[in-house]
Design a protein around this ligand. Sequence first.
Ligand SMILES: Cc1ncc(COP(=O)(O)O)c(C=O)c1O
Length: 418
Amino acid sequence: MFRNLSDHPNDPIEAMFVRLANDTHADRIDLGIGVFRDDSGTVPVMQAVRQAEARLLERNLSKTYLSPLGNLDYCRSVEALVLGDDHPARAGGRIVSAQTPGAGPALRAAAELVHDLSPGSAVWVSTPVWGHQIEFFEQAGMAVRSYRYYDSGNLDAAGMLEDLRSMRPGDLLLLHGCCHNPTGEDLTLDLWESVAEIVVETGAIPFVDVAYQGFGRGIEDDVAGLRLLASRVPELLLTVSSSKSFGIYRDRAGLLSIILPPEARNAGAVRRKLRDTLRQLYFMAPDHGAAIVHEILSTPELEALWRSELDAVRARIVELRAALRRTIERANPGFDAGFVERQQGMFSCLPISAEEQLLMESRFHIYMLPPARVNVAAMNREQSEVLADAFAWVRAQREVSIRHGSRAGPSRNRRANA
Ligand SMILES: Cc1ncc(COP(=O)(O)O)c(C=O)c1O
């Protein structure tokens, strides 16, 4: 049966991770994978998580099955964290939620559900975007359309709004709640307002993916745009990842929520449909990570500890961004790296082409995902200096090739991955 299976077509992300694994250089730098590292290069486990785990162990937590909707206590806790305690849809019983094995499977399940209910609906994604997001929708059979989002280190707000006016009723509009992956470029509240207006005019359904709450401006500020949008539109889909905000990447906990319009009276039917979809996809999510998150969010002293730890992560990212900007500008006189300091969260993209990215890989052992997405939150001071020097070297090579008439310009890839 498997004898005729040929190698998977070379997916650029997969290919990068294979090259990284094969690179035996002692000082290779992994800026690809989307995790937060401390100065020693360790991916730390939060104290709040360790304490919650100890409490769960002490209480002899059950390991029996749950329904495909997963840990519903986790759902209520995360809904409140993201949407706020007083969101009207919560009080009105208009939210149908499931705990999923992270936001990735939540996106995939949502795509499956939407395609099943509305086969003609397309999903609109930013250019560029976290590449797996495109795959989730394509694999479910949905048409994927793109909207302009980023141009030369800046948000392309005008291009985005113009493109979104072409959405059709029932289309999904995928937005990143904060810390856009891969650009780090977020919408202002005014832009969230404009997006809400276009959604209402076109009849599209916003789908907000919150993967980095607390990594940008703050735990509450990072979801202010989502909350504004949720207060303006009748229907909304939401995915939340607990992987990054709680640092429990491999424990797999996430949320998928459907906010129904005020007049909807069929929350029970929607819940059953969601449950059946999840059962067909993976049967049931693991509970450990979800139980930890609920324990933290329902225990005031643990929640306070978690908030202070997440604030410290954010402060470090802000510091790293400022330092990286200075280091790049020092190594590249006249180059304005202000975008690195201004952008939010883990990622920023260097203005280099795919070929230049490969050159940096082979010469400096620096690994990034397309389109030259750098995980600023995974870097220490020494590594940022190597990156700045490598960037300067690549720019110098570019100058030489321009002089000789062959230019490899900045990448225009629409996908990025983590
Ligand atoms: C925007 C975005 N959504 C979702 C995910 C998936 O997160 P999870 O680990 O919860 O599946 C990621 C992970 O990198 C992401 O960047």
